[in-house]
Design a protein around this ligand. Structure first.
Ligand code: ACO
Length: 423
């Protein structure tokens, strides 16, 4: 059977046959039939907007791979900085490349003093850390006069390295500001995750980083590093297509991530579990969800329809963390919620399963993070994925300025009515 599709315009009888490649066909075929014809696809549910070699995802099989490597292997055997290198450069680093990359990132963790003293200090005392993170990331770009040199490879690589190095510092500044705590300067002798935990939690000299917890942080960073064309990454690509600098584009992607339907779900899950309070309330809560009271936060995914492989790894990591920190009391509510939902026809028939955000919040909470900083913890590693996609887009000769069409459903032409004559 030929790997082609034939589209017939029944109005004119014209037809066009185009190849099917990797499950897609070029929508430009429609323009061959009629230049004024466009596909109407709200929320891009049936549209592949780019060709990408970064992340492979099979939603039905629950498969996720970065540059061909299964997420399970990376989470078990790799480090976040190694995965960041893999996503950005396409291959795992050699020992020498890894040492250089780690040194570079580790020695670019400081931000300009004005970022903290003038910019972050200017926020209202109860500003949401994610709102601060979005603004601070965009602001960071204004400190570098080469930020806009995106077609100079060495300059672009430098901005990438700066962003990867500095987003944990920005995140920690936002959290510490919210808590009224003094900022902890980066410590270049620590690993990426250890340094982040240190900046977040050190008060005085007595903060000891537990290796199980810093490894858990690293695993969470690995799991969140990329996820192909989700809402945030698509935003990154759309904004980057206008040749915006990587700091502002990252801020735009982070703004998309902020929303509760996307990365903000981890925060919503813990708020939901707290509201449910006890396993006795779970059946009643599920009934309310089925009656449309709210969403079951942390459940459902646009692409995964059987299980989210990241959720499976996160659940295992949660138990490792709880062995050190003590069991999060909300875990029992989460487990019961999962059990009831997975056995309920409403969720089964809609193929709704726990996603990455269902258990991550419980770990973050056990690690000591406040609920409103959870999405920032997602944005730190996802910055790597966003930048990998920006880099790929800039080198893709098929890409242009993103500019979808629309189906106009407004009123037809009419004449202006002077204000005195309006009813
Ligand atoms: N709780 C209850 N019902 C749900 C949920 C949920 N979490 N998710 C989907 N449904 C229902 C919808 O109401 C719809 O029901 P209907 O057919 O009776 O109208 C059906 O399932 C299909 O849902 P859609 O909204 O069409 O699915 P979509 O692919 O657009 O949504 C999404 C995916 C946005 C993730 C959705 O499942 C959701 O809102 N989940 C909760 C928020 C969440 O956890 N987001 C994090 C996703 S992972 C990430 O972005 C990092």
């Amino acid at each position: 059977m030929a790997d082609t599709i034939t589209i017939i315009d029944d109005r004119t009888g014209k037809k066009v046959t185009v190849p099917i490649t990797g499950g897609t066909f070029p929508s430009s075929a429609l323009r061959e039939l009629d230049p004024s014809l466009f596909m109407y696809d709200p929320a891009y549910q049936s549209t592949a907007s780019c060709a990408s070699a970064i992340t492979y995802l099979d939603g039905d099989a629950g498969v996720l791979r970065y540059r061909g490597y299964p997420i399970e292997q990376l989470a078990e055997k790799s480090t976040f900085l190694e995965v960041a290198y893999l996503l950005l450069k396409g291959e795992l680093p050699t020992a020498e490349q890894y040492a250089q990359w780690t040194w570079d990132v580790t020695h670019h963790t400081y931000v300009h003093e004005n970022m903290r003293k003038r910019f972050v200090d200017g926020f209202h005392y109860d500003a949401h850390p994610m709102g601060m993170f979005v603004s601070a990331t965009a602001a960071l770009g204004t400190f570098y006069d080469d930020a806009k040199d995106i077609f100079d490879k060495s300059s672009f690589d430098k901005q990438v390295m700066r962003l990867v190095a500095k987003v944990p510092t920005i995140a920690a500044m936002c959290q510490r500001f919210s808590q009224g705590l003094p900022f902890v300067l980066p410590n270049n002798s620590l690993s990426y995750s250890e340094n982040f935990l240190n900046m977040m939690f050190r008060v005085g000299d007595d903060y000891k980083i537990d290796p199980v917890l810093s490894r858990a942080m690293d695993v969470l960073f690995i799991l969140h590093a990329d996820h192909e064309q989700n809402c945030g990454t698509t935003t990154m690509r759309v904004v980057s297509s206008a040749q915006t600098d990587p700091y502002t584009a990252t801020a735009a992607a982070a703004a998309a991530l902020y929303g509760p339907l996307h990365g903000g779900a981890n925060e919503a899950v813990v708020r939901m579990l707290t509201e449910i309070g006890s396993i006795d309330n779970v059946p009643g809560f599920i009934e309310e969800i089925k009656n449309g009271s709210d969403l079951l936060w942390g459940f459902g995914h646009r692409v995964y329809k059987n299980f989210d492989p990241r959720a499976t790894i996160i659940k295992k990591t949660a138990y490792e963390v709880f062995d050190v920190t003590g069991r999060n009391p909300l875990l029992d509510v989460a487990l019961k919620l999962e059990e009831v939902a997975l056995n309920d026809d409403y969720f089964r028939s809609r193929r709704l399963y726990p996603n990455v955000d269902f258990y991550s919040g419980l770990i973050y909470q056990a690690l000591g993070f406040s609920v409103d900083v959870f999405t920032v913890l997602f944005a730190i590693p996802r910055t790597v994925g966003w930048l990998a996609h920006m880099q790929e887009l800039l080198g893709d000769r098929e890409q242009k300025l993103s500019r979808p069409r629309q189906l106009y459903v407004g009123v037809e032409e009419r004449n202006f009515v002077p204000i005195a004559d309006r009813k």
